[in-house]
Design a protein around this ligand. Sequence first.
Ligand code: AVI
Length: 324
Amino acid sequence: KTSIGPFTLYDYAPTREDSFRTEVLRGLAQPKKAIPCKFFYDERGSRLFDDICELPEYYPTRTELAILSQYTREIARELGPRPLLIELGSGSGNKTRLVLDYLDDPAAYVPIDIAREHLIASAALLLDAYADRGLEVLPVCADYTKDFDIPRARRPTQNLVFYFPGSTIGNLSPQEAVTFLSHLRSLARGPCGLLVGADLHKDRSILEPAYNDHAGVTAAFNLNVLARINRELGGDFALDHFRHRAFYNVTDRRIEMHLISTCNQTVHVGDVPIAFREGESITTEHSYKFSRESMADIASRSGFRVERVWTDAQNLFSVQLLRS
Ligand code: AVI
């Protein structure tokens, strides 16, 4: 616990550089090379992701916001009175306000994010924006897939609601999603709700352009992880010796993002050499797409049930309320 400005910050973030180095080296030592997608989000990566959300081809953000604004009253009613809203990966918080505005007497808002500065800045903005309603804001700096505790609000409540927008759940494999949701249930130490954004399975003619935009922002976002390794871990990746590739794997119902080596080459991360063949890939992200059934299956395997599903008219995206 540390005091920062108006906040008591609950800080569970490990020494970040250590886990970055360890996980990158482990991922690149595998026969099928991979870098965990959570490492996309350094400062430039977070900015590029915000740009992706504005792209004409990237429909998820826009569609989720439209669903949230169309159904906010209904959603707020379903969440029930005096909820403690715990947002997983709070980011810039523009989807938060839509929900917070309508909640019935929220007990407190708990934003959780690994990016400490971003977290404090957006928590301060929210505290300010809701000062007249006296909303308590309790930021937690943590990798929410790992261990953290839910801070106690000044006003006690039994109504814990996790908020996991953006289809970030799709960046976990189905098994990882089950483990993660079970973990949330154990953190809640009692019944809880989960309001989750889930992108829906659809034709590849819509899915693939969303990850291969004309302006090349997604390509820059993907390649940026190599620039981050160069800067933070003393790497010597030549960015023009790798190219962005994204496609829909219809069997596994997921977008796969890769970085493809354009030649035979040896790259170094610190003093560790890593050999690449021409055409060899580094998997950088899986983005699973859901059906009602696949989400219901994940829910039931982790001790939740789907209570409500809201979608847009074209069935592109869904916002779902799960309860344990
Ligand atoms: C954060 N996450 C849900 C995004 C997605 O669509 O999987 C990240 C992203 N990757 C490429 N474009 C957007």
